[in-house]
Design a protein. Structure first.
Length: 178
């Protein structure tokens, strides 16, 4: 029989403790039940964010971050249709936000990067995708040729030509009913 040295029980105990820690870490990292919160937002860990104040569920990434393309107001409807057809995050009731809903995302005290290809700062909670579009289309029209959106550098509503793709995106939303 081998003699145990005084260091062997300590080493065995350390190894056992380390293995338990790794197992716990693995369980946490692979669990879908762990959600991340930031203020009144909840990261649902499926590409969506829930606003606990409004009850709205948002795509974490705007359409630019999601597709890599700027889109016109007319293109936003095809984008929303595609999200619904593929049942993004297991939901098929995505829609365009209103200007008031978009304005609820504006947080002047927070900076979430800059608009892609621009120095314009985006003032949204960092729980959302970073460095996307700083001007997001709403579903609201202004006559036959124009539509409204929100600029996330100032929180102001803009009025743009529906055909314009100039650094514009949207962020799909749905009423969160769980």
């Amino acid at each position: 029989m081998e003699k145990l040295t005084s260091n062997q029980p300590k080493v065995t105990g350390l190894l056992f403790g380390a293995l338990n820690t790794l197992l716990l870490l693995f369980c946490i990292l692979t669990s879908n039940a762990v959600a991340v919160e930031s203020g009144h937002y909840l990261d649902n860990e499926d590409g969506t964010i829930t606003d606990k104040n409004t009850g709205l569920m948002w795509l974490q990434k705007d359409s630019y971050l999601h597709t890599g393309h700027w889109i016109s107001w007319k293109d936003t409807h095809e984008y929303i249709l595609q999200l619904n057809n593929e049942a993004f995050a297991q939901h098929s009731d995505w829609r365009m936000p209103t200007t008031d809903e978009l304005k609820s995302l504006y947080e002047p005290e927070k900076t979430n990067g800059s608009q892609a290809g621009s120095e314009m700062k985006i003032h949204t909670d960092p729980i959302f995708g970073k460095d996307g579009g700083g001007s997001l289309w709403s579903g609201e029209q202004n006559g036959h040729y124009n539509a409204f959106g929100v600029v996330f550098n100032s929180g102001e509503v803009f009025n743009g030509n529906k055909k314009s793709r100039s650094r514009k995106a949207t962020r799909a939303v749905r009423n969160h009913t769980n």
